[in-house]
Design a binder for this molecule. Structure first.
Ligand code: CMP
Ligand code: MG
Ligand code: ZN
Length: 497
């Protein structure tokens, strides 16, 4: 097929040129379908098509163009699939394509969209690279491990001068192309993340701070990737997952919900004792978005915004530990009954699993998280003692069997949750592999799915290996008589790793 180079491109593009371009496009689609693609030729033809569109666009609005009916993309001239191809390839699916077609757009409006899409994409890429100075080599080095389960968020925090949440969130939304897909203004993103990190420091918690939020955000990314559930999700759902993880403990007070309820705190009054902290995290984070300087979702369409908000609310409320048993039972029964899996429920379970994931990570990480959490619990216990209240379970710094509590937490909470996540992922992902096993996968995003079964098996054996090893470490401590809170070694798990 000869490329259509050499034709004069002006505002009076002849009907014949349009027809041959359409034929050219159809041929390209056919070649792609049968996978007989000459990339050089494809590139030349795409360049030609782009230059044709560009000529039309840059010519402004010549009267002849508006008057010429032949220059409209009428459905009898251009097949739906070509229009879909044009719009989806060049517009980054800014709007649902079907909706546009129903509106019977003129060709010029598609050209505008194509041009605008490319322009906006370039603009956002430029804005991000200019606004973000080169990262220090140590940060870049640390982020190389981003897709690994053993990613060390403490190191990232150290090399990013205490900005692990900000650094990680930006990295992840760029990695998943969400900044350009949803046109997230870089200035809003920077301001939003500054506020978010500030909110996480409000109560100077040993555990519930921005490093924990960064850890959970990384773990959600890693879970989606490792379980391949990522391939089941839309871009908006991925954005919702990362955002929900980043905000999931925003402005945490360092106390448990029961403490709020028992002390009749201001938050308990506002939220009527229901998921007191979680309601606050999600509400306060959305309040941040009310300011246009921090509204990272300013360019989402209304339906996108509503869908994202509803998903984020459900996911963050699902991190309330009191809903653990219900969540696990509901998903287990869904799998046993062979019912279809509800996406918001699956994503809530993934965020919940990420939130309790450190016992399923290498000991070098788990042993640093545990003393931080215990210290936060003990600080609450001190307050309870001061207030003359009964000290909550695990909150007595002089009498808490830390090692045993960790073994029990792993056996009764962490392992069943991760086992469920593994089963659920198989149920979700295996049909996707079967769908894409034929000659023409429905979507190029699915091409990596072929080796998924092995990945799912290795994910299961990885978290099982870590929980087993961690339990053994705690068992050794029990044997060696360092199992209680008042034994110094449990306070500095970092040094015992
Ligand atoms: P949060 O991060 O708000 O939500 C999950 C909760 O699980 C967390 O608070 C802790 O209360 C609890 N949690 C997480 N890890 C452990 C652990 N290793 N031992 C006991 N409780 C934990
Ligand atoms: Mg929480
Ligand atoms: Zn948390």
């Amino acid at each position: 097929m000869a490329p259509q180079h050499g034709k004069t491109l002006n505002t009076h593009i002849s009907v014949d040129t349009w027809r041959s371009t359409i034929i050219l496009l159809k041929r390209m689609v056919q070649q792609l379908e049968i996978r007989e693609v000459d990339f050089d030729e494809l590139k030349r033809n795409l360049e030609f098509t782009a230059s044709l569109l560009e000529a039309l666009y840059t010519s402004g609005t010549p009267p002849s163009l508006d008057a010429d009916d032949d220059l409209q993309l009428r459905s009898d001239v251009v097949p739906v699939e070509v229009r879909d191809w044009l719009a989806s390839t060049f517009t980054q699916r800014v709007q649902p394509i079907r909706q546009r077609l129903e509106e019977k757009p003129k060709f010029r409006s598609i050209v505008h969209a194509v041009q605008a899409g490319i322009f906006v994409e370039r603009m956002f890429r430029k804005a991000y690279s200019t606004a973000m100075p080169d990262q220090p080599a140590e940060v870049i080095n640390c982020l190389r491990d981003l897709d690994r389960w053993s990613f060390d968020v403490f190191s990232l925090d150290a090399v990013s001068s205490g900005h692990s949440l900000k650094t990680l969130f930006i990295e992840l939304i760029i990695k998943h192309h969400l900044n350009s897909r949803f046109k997230v203004p870089i200035s809003c993103l920077m301001s939003f993340l500054c506020e978010l990190e500030r909110g996480y420091s409000k109560h100077t918690n040993a555990y519930h701070n921005h490093t924990h939020a960064a850890d959970v955000t990384h773990t959600v990314h890693c879970l989606l990737l490792r379980t391949r559930v990522l391939y089941w999700l839309t871009e908006l759902e991925v954005l919702a997952c990362l955002f929900a993880a980043a905000i999931h403990d925003y402005e945490h007070t360092g106390n448990t919900n029961n403490f709020h309820i028992n002390t009749r705190s201001e938050l308990a009054m506002i939220y009527n004792d229901h998921s007191v902290q979680e309601s606050h995290h999600v509400s306060a984070a959305f309040r941040l978005l009310q300011d246009e300087n921090t509204n990272i979702f300013i360019n989402l369409t209304r339906p996108e915004w509503l869908e994202l908000r509803s998903l984020v609310i459900e996911m963050v409320l699902g991190t309330d530990m009191s809903s653990h048993v219900l969540q696990v039972k509901a998903m287990r029964s869904c799998l046993q009954q062979h019912e279809s899996i509800d996406k918001p429920k699956a994503l809530s379970l993934i965020l919940h699993a990420a939130d309790i994931s450190h016992p399923a990570k290498p000991w070098s990480l788990h042993s640093r998280w545990t003393p931080r959490l215990m210290e936060e619990f003990f600080t609450q216990g001190d307050k309870e003692a001061e207030m003359g209240l009964a000290i909550s379970p695990l909150c007595d710094r002089h009498n808490t069997p830390v090692s045993q509590s960790q073994i029990a937490f792993m056996e009764f909470i962490v392992e069943p949750t991760f086992s469920l996540i593994s089963d659920m992922s198989e149920k979700i992902v295996i049909p996707l592999i079967q769908d894409t096993a034929g000659p023409s996968p429905t979507c190029s995003r699915y091409r990596g799915l072929q080796w998924t079964v092995a990945d799912l098996v290795s994910f299961r054996s990885m978290w099982m290996r870590h929980t087993e090893e961690n339990k053994n470490r705690w068992r050794d401590k029990v044997k060696n008589g360092v199992s209680h809170s008042d034994e110094s070694e449990t306070q500095t798990g970092q040094d015992t790793a």
